[in-house]
Design a protein around this ligand. Structure first.
Ligand SMILES: NC(=O)c1ccc[n+]([C@@H]2O[C@H](COP(=O)([O-])OP(=O)(O)OC[C@H]3O[C@@H](n4cnc5c(N)ncnc54)[C@H](O)[C@@H]3O)[C@@H](O)[C@H]2O)c1
Length: 432
């Protein structure tokens, strides 16, 4: 038998539509791109093309009006070769199994890229939570947790917040799992409130990671942070924190766009005043310290660093050719379409991909889980320093692989991560 190649049997699982693979199709293409660089480990590559375990659950709840509603829920564990599953839970009306599979796989890549001892997992419910009362949301969360309780646990699979879930929901998940198992299990989820075993520094962790890899990359392309012009899409947790850290380091924040509008100031926006405005008004719209920026102008603005930190699919074949920045740092998950990725690369725009750039959040989630196990909590300064060390080392490894193989940083991150995952797979061997 040829030990360097595997024998694909069924490439596409029967439960997906081969003509419309959705996000899972994008992930499969990324794995194909990296396979030539995996050497002997390519023998195991089919492992990455199928999730280890996918659970689909029915989540029935009684609505406030007395009727019974049913929602479709998922928990997918893509890979657990390097440790327990880890990944968020998304509440959104458009969640699909394909999307949860892809997000779980990207968690495998992200966790291996920063070398935290986790596999990849993700969960979700097809629901628009804005249509539910607080009581309905709690019942939904608790029933879902109970249904996926079969496969989650502090040493099995550890959920966390994602789109439309937060620390309030994590508290309900922790309580439900604990009630079912008969003792308080703080380590079953991360992103919890501080008083329930959450970690200091978790809230800012993703933005801090974005800033850290940005500084590292800037050094390598000869870009000084002092006076550098940055533009940020999304001024929430990730974008707001990253913008603040860049400004504190001497950068000039010239443009911000969020769901309601955009603001521009060539001399630099006052980041603290803008944060106060957003807290008070819910958006950057109407901020007095800058001029109004139209959506199309945002992508073409005269900046050095562009940080998409809002939604997926924002940089497209349509707007990517207009980008003037020298570097794009993906704070959001999946903000750049594959076509835009190729255009940016052809135009010499360096893209720091999500699978490394926004890994600061899961890194501090890992710290939270470690602190919960030992019931010993670290100082914020200690957490931030450890985060910076991990992100810097991870970025250096990815950069070096990119240089060695002359590939994009996205492919380089996949090479580093897939090698780690498949090396673990090979060492463990195939059971039985
Ligand atoms: N929070 C984390 O720890 C974390 C970790 C990894 C990845 N991410 C990713 O980062 C992204 C942002 O997450 P967050 O936690 O900062 O969310 P958030 O809800 O705090 O902020 C989201 C921001 O995006 C803006 N936005 C929404 N729709 C928009 C639109 N159509 N156009 C422009 N802006 C729009 C909102 O106005 C808001 O400013 C998401 O893709 C998320 O998956 C977050």
């Amino acid at each position: 038998m040829n030990k360097t190649s595997s024998t694909p049997s069924h490439d596409i699982p029967s439960y997906l539509d081969p003509n419309n693979l959705g996000p899972w199709g994008i992930y499969l293409a990324q794995v194909d791109r990296v396979t030539p660089y995996l050497g002997d480990l390519a023998r195991w590559v089919e492992t990455l093309k199928r999730p280890k375990r996918s659970l689909i659950v029915d989540v029935p709840i009684e609505l406030d009006n007395g009727t019974i509603a049913h929602y479709e829920g998922y928990r997918v564990q893509h890979n657990i070769s390097r440790g327990p599953g880890k990944g968020g839970v998304r509440f959104h009306q458009n969640v699909t199994l394909s999307e949860v599979m892809a997000l779980s796989a990207w968690m495998s890549i992200k966790n291996a890229a920063v070398n935290v001892p986790y596999g990849g997992a993700k969960g979700g419910i097809r629901v628009d939570p804005s249509t539910l009362s607080m009581g309905e949301l709690e019942r939904l969360t608790r029933r879902y947790t109970s249904e996926i309780g079969l496969i989650i646990g502090p040493s099995k699979d550890i959920p966390a917040p994602d789109v439309n879930t937060n620390e309030r929901i994590m508290a309900w998940m922790m309580d439900t799992y604990s009630m079912n198992s008969g003792s308080t299990a703080t380590g079953v989820v991360t992103g919890k409130p501080i008083d329930l075993g959450g970690s200091l520094g978790r809230k800012e962790a993703t933005g801090r990671g974005v800033f850290t890899v940005g500084v590292e990359a800037a050094k390598r392309i000869g870009l000084s942070i002092d006076g550098v012009r940055i533009a940020v899409q999304g001024f929430g947790n990730v974008g707001g924190t990253a913008a603040k850290l860049f400004v504190e380091a001497g950068a000039r924040l010239i443009a911000v766009q969020d769901h309601a509008g955009g603001v521009y100031n060539d001399q630099g926006l006052d980041v603290v005043a803008l944060q106060t405005h957003v807290t008070e008004h819910g958006s950057v719209l109407g901020f007095a310290g800058g001029e109004v920026l139209q959506p199309e102008e945002f992508w073409a603005c005269d900046c050095d660093i562009l940080i998409p930190a809002a939604l997926e699919g924002q940089l497209t074949a349509h707007n990517a050719p207009k980008v003037k920045a020298r570097m794009v740092i993906e704070g959001a998950n999946g903000p750049t379409t594959p076509e835009a990725d190729d255009i940016l690369q052809a135009n010499n725009v360096l893209v720091l991909p999500d699978v490394i750039a926004n890994a600061g959040g899961v890194t501090v989630s890992y710290f939270e889980w470690v602190q919960d196990f030992s019931s010993f909590f670290w100082s914020e300064a200690e957490i931030n320093q450890r985060l910076v060390n991990i992100m810097t080392d991870a970025f250096t490894a990815v950069w070096n692989v990119g240089q060695q193989h002359k590939v994009s940083l996205r492919t380089a991150t996949f090479i580093v991560a897939c090698t780690r995952i498949l090396h673990a797979r090979a060492m463990r061997g195939l059971y039985p």
